[in-house]
Write a protein that binds this ligand. Sequence first.
Ligand code: PEP
Ligand code: MG
Length: 888
Amino acid sequence: AKFVYDFTEGNKDLKDLLGGKGANLAEMTNLGLPVPPGFTITTEACKVYLDSGAEPVALRDEVGAHLDALEKKMGKKLGQADDPLLVSVRSGAKFSMPGMMDTVLNIGLSDKSVQGLAKQAGDERFAWDSYRRLIQMFGKTVLDVDGDLFEDALEKAKHAKKVTVDTDLDAADLKKLVTRFKKIVKTEAGRDFPQDPREQMDLAIHAVFDSWNTDRAKLYRRQERIPGDLGTAVNVCSMVFGNLGPDSGTGVAFTRDPASGHQGVYGDYLQNAQGEDVVAGIRNTVPLAELEQIDKKSYDQLMQIMETLENHYKDLCDIEFTIERGQLWMLQTRVGKRTAGAAFRIATQLVDQGLIDEAEALQRVTGAQLAQLMFPRFDDEAKVELLGRGIAASPGAAVGKAVFDTYTAIKWSRSGEKVILVRRETNPDDLDGMIAAEGILTSRGGKTSHAAVVARGMGKTCVCGAEELNVDTKRRRLTVGDVVVEEGDTISIDGSTGKVYLGEVPVVPSPVVEYFEGRMHAGADDADELVGAVHRIMAYADRVRRLRVRANADNAEDALRARRFGAQGIGLCRTEHMFLGERREMVEKLILADTDTEREESLKQLLPLQKQDFVELFEAMDGLPVTIRLLDPPLHEFLPDITELSVRVALAESRQDNNENDLRLLQAVHRLHEQNPMLGLRGVRLGLVIPGLFAMQVRAIAEAAAARKNAKGDPRAEVMIPLVGTVQELEIVREEADRVIAEVQEQSGVQLKLAIGTMIELPRAALTAGQIAEAAQFFSFGTNDLTQTVWGFSRDDVEASFFTAYLEKGIFGVSPFETIDKDGVGSLVRSAVEAGRATRPDLKLGVCGEHGGDPESVHFFHEVGLDYVSCSPFRIPVARLEAGRAAS
Ligand code: PEP
Ligand code: MG
């Protein structure tokens, strides 16, 4: 294999091999743009090095040959005493990992060549400054010397001279500093700073390879879900200098505004400086537009190049450049990061410019970005007092009174207060407090901390790791400098930016949601412009997608909202949600009924209520399918809490006023108590054990459908049986359902076409899907329970308990309850789809677990050939968009 590519040999599509930076440097070189010559060592070489501990044998000679060629091109040799060629050695992985990996500049400088550089540049100060930078960077990144030692020495030198900025040190000062730095290297690393330029280069290359596996790089990759075995490429590039005087400088630029997408001149420039000075914020940059006054020729050339790059990449690019004595050099470009709003705007702008087509526009935005745009946000215009800043862990804008423990969070929220739970970090004991709070704020921990993971799972706003905040849970307050926030003081947290504010910041609804709700239309101002872009992208997605999108909804209000958001029916109506509140007692009676008469009595009470529910639902979803799932949850959810009841009975006994009812209830609760209710008497098992329950529900559905038909409506009911494990269960329920439906048809004189199907949410159901399809007209994959049972993970517990540890260890990058586990759960879905269709080619297939609204999972469901996904109303636009992206 070939391990080294000249910049003239690569291109932008070779990111796997050359890394992002190398591939784009090659692309720019081939476009004829001014890129300093150089070459790229491939990720393959890095992999060999990391696997075997030594670089591939051929690498030394290949690098040598490319170095020769580079020296010829530049007319000077690496480290040549009278006129040295200097190079930079930079990392560059396939995916950008900002600040994670190593770079060494000015390689080739030595005690000898520093003199040559001084003469060539006509600037002694510059040469010694470059040399001291090399020893510093090399010492730190290659020889593992503590970087603070160099910084301290530099500070000391400035202090001794009573100056504050580096540029006030002259050549003599820097010469002394170089001697000092070399001593630091010698004592700390136990070796001299290498004077041989090739040795410098080789060691720097190895250091870049090694930096792939530092702890922070590994952590970053896990968080960003970047595979750990890609390795990094290494770019060796001839140095150009932005610090050679006022006619030199360095800058960054965007081909359009990454915040709004608007075209214009965006970027920063720093005169007489090198790249690290910009990043380190040592001196203040000026807006890029000012370069026009400083160096019109370079400015015009840069504008020209930016246009070339945009037209070539057909996207927003960001750029790093350096001007060396009036000559412009391109050091890097890549397709630039942008805000969610800008992503939508830019995609449609590029369509209008004729640069990309609609299918490509769909690939330029993501469901996650759309979801971000749907959160309410703080009013930009509001006056705010910033308290601090943490990690934007779970988006949204939350306002509430600061509380410092779970107990208070629950107590206050029960009395109607909005609270923000503030902790140093959270642990599973805080779960109830987190549920009660509007948002969660911690001073420690990153994106995979307990607080972050759990909050995202709950869709709750969270800012974590706000380190400036001093959280004192004992004294129930937090302090930042001399600002004190006591328990009960209002704070506002922005989970999309990580900012924390004192007091109440007004929240404005998302314009995108206003648009989906039909309250806002595309127009001219800024929010309207965003809405216009979203509108167009959604239209493309709807045009191309194959998957239909339905809603999980169990009341007319949710159904109507879902419809406005574009739902094409209801994929899951959880009927247990209709038995809460005052109806719970009727179900309790039903469960406890001793005689048929008692039982029939309570069923008779429930029937009209259920029927009315369904009439409303069918009306809201008129003309679209509505899948109604028969009662699913474990019985105990309808019975009083066993501990509370025991206490009540015991108290009554001690007062000797025996309450017959409570006693009977307690016996029943004991009788029905289960250690593992989720694996117990629920779903179809309930229907088979409680006579008349499912029949009543089917009757309510059928009568409601008949009533809607009589009212000239178009009800499209589908009856769904939950938690089926074997076709026999389904057959028994189906027989009864068919009988009830026939009865209702007869009684009402209305012809009904009700589909009867089942959920596939147990491994056995998936494994015997071919048999089950004999009795089912449709399948809906219940991937919540399927994930629970395939992994043996309790869906109610694990995310709050050990998932943080699992995520930190990289066992998975995301909870399998959030994104479908393709290899395990997904493969069961895939085979069940095939087996089901083999039995019944027109079997309708959908999914109604939480995964139905998860972007990555939607792509999977598209690929395995489902007909629809069903998700909560708020996620419908995201599912529509991702279904479109999957199909285009
Ligand atoms: C499921 O298990 O995926 C499902 C949709 O049903 P529920 O979440 O109500 O158990
Ligand atoms: Mg389920």
